[in-house]
Design a protein around this ligand. Structure first.
Ligand SMILES: [Zn+2]
Length: 477
């Protein structure tokens, strides 16, 4: 039988806040286990949680960045379960009254068409402690580190609108882009500040109802989410084809073997309203004030880049894809570089080089003001494109300016017309066939002659000037 996948995601995002959700302990990674703890976040009996204003603000901005409607009233519940990473026996989460509902993000589907994926709701919750498994002599032991306990999270729960691994990966990337623009979280799956569980079920193509869903955890990259979903679709298809039932349970992704394995039966404990944290009430005025704090978002930036700088739709989309990249581009433009060449240089030269250097745009050694100097030399034809490419690579590993490197390498572009005419005349004397071809109207012969002259100048000549001089010389004869 041919099946269609029905996929929903639950995405945990750790918010950028100085403190944890209900206490004043630092919300930061640290080597020293159990160093950021207090009676509230190790959940001693009688400790009184106090909701962090900063976490609430960051959570609300995150909801707005994902087009969700903030609710007038939201409240915390006790999600009851018992496990060593949660000694108080419940996690403070929002089940009955989440902070926001009804969001959406648009992605580009596998068919290249825009597709809107809906978000059911976003709720706030506290993170649990971390178990560290070690051996002591012969004995296996588990230790509990509470540094992460009580860290401020939001959980984004989607509608089951995704149909393939591509949709899920595109959605995760879109969530990451929106939240990074809003500046409310780091969203790194690699470092654990964004974690994703996928719910996957199948249904016969054309049917509305679907078979039992399976939850998969433990993917630590966007690509791993795609791989885990692809594996699970295959596994469930085989089971159904063999007439075996799919049972509701949780599986773990094994990135070494590229398979999912059984973890545990799905457990959903009761969620009861928490009496200790007052419910959150936000007025329309407060919600509007928050919305105003949201910076220019990717789609708005893309429209402005096209409008203000004359970029094509594709260039504008590329330059607004990440906030760091857009900021870099705008520094170049504000430094006087012509926008379209700046965008083309970033996409075609700078970003590939950055990747090769294993550097991030936010922390690259080639800061945008240094890049602006390089591009300005190129625009003023002090250096040519080939020299600019060489200087670009050298600038990553040196803190020297573009001008200093050009000087050092003797990269000044040759612009002396007399010297260049002499080179051209020599080339024309050496290549009478090409000259004859050019005279009979074959335009490629000009490119050939300019190429030869470039070689003679050891790449230093200004190719535009060479072309002009060649035209003059041909006119003279
Ligand atoms: Zn604490």
């Amino acid at each position: 039988m041919s099946y269609e996948a029905v996929i929903g995601l639950e995405i945990h995002v750790q918010l950028n806040c100085p403190t944890k959700l209900f206490c004043n302990c630092a919300n930061a990674a640290t080597e020293q286990a159990n160093s950021h703890i207090c009676p509230i976040c190790i959940w001693l009996p009688g400790a009184v949680p106090q909701l962090s204003e900063s976490a609430l603000k960051q959570a609300a901005l995150t909801c707005l960045a994902l087009n969700c409607e903030i609710q007038d009233e939201s409240a915390f519940d006790q999600k009851v379960y018992y496990y060593p990473d949660l000694p108080k026996g419940f996690q403070l989460s929002q089940h009955h009254k989440p902070l926001s509902r009804n969001g959406w993000l648009d992605i580009t589907g596998e068919d290249g068409k825009s597709k809107r994926l809906r978000i059911h709701h976003i709720h706030m919750e506290e993170d649990v402690a971390k178990l560290v498994h070690e051996t002591e002599g012969q004995a296996r032991i588990s230790l509990v580190d509470f540094n992460r306990a009580g860290a401020p999270l939001v959980e984004v729960v989607t509608e089951p609108d995704m149909r393939c691994p591509h949709d899920a990966m595109a959605f995760l990337r879109a969530v990451r882009t929106q939240i990074r623009y809003a500046g409310t979280a780091e969203c790194s799956m690699e470092s654990g500040t964004m974690r994703c569980d996928a719910n996957i079920s199948l249904r016969p193509v054309g049917s509305e109802a679907f078979f039992t869903k399976v939850e998969v955890k433990n993917m630590n990259s966007v690509k791993a989410v795609g791989n885990a979903i692809a594996f699970e679709i295959e596994r469930q298809s085989k089971l159904l084809d063999d007439g075996q039932p799919v049972t509701m349970h949780t599986r773990l992704w094994d990135p070494e073997k590229n398979i999912t394995t059984y973890m545990r039966d799905k457990f959903a404990g009761p969620c009861v309203p928490d009496p200790s944290v007052p419910s959150i009430r936000l007025s329309k005025i407060q919600i509007n004030a928050l919305a105003e704090r949201l910076p220019e978002m990717p789609s708005q930036k893309q429209a402005r880049f096209a409008d203000q700088f004359g970029l094509t739709e594709e260039e504008a989309a590329q330059m607004s894809a990440e906030r760091d990249l857009a900021d870099y581009f705008e520094v170049l433009v504000n430094a006087g570089i012509t926008p379209r060449p700046a965008a083309q240089w970033m996409a075609g030269r700078f970003l590939p080089a950055l990747k090769e250097q294993h550097q991030e745009i936010a922390s690259t050694s080639l800061t945008p003001d240094r890049a602006a100097e390089l591009l300005s030399m190129l625009e003023k034809e002090v250096i040519n494109a080939k020299q600019a490419r060489k200087i670009l690579l050298l600038m990553f590993t040196s803190d020297k300016s573009a001008a200093a490197i050009a000087d050092e390498k003797g990269f000044k572009q040759l612009t002396d017309p007399a010297a260049m005419t002499a080179i051209l005349e020599q080339v024309m004397a050496d290549q009478p066939d090409a000259v004859a071809n050019l005279r009979s109207g074959k335009k490629q012969a000009a490119s050939f002659l300019i190429g030869q002259a470039m070689q003679q100048s050891r790449g230093k000549a200004n190719p535009k000037l060479l072309a002009d001089l060649l035209e003059n010389l041909m006119g003279d004869n």
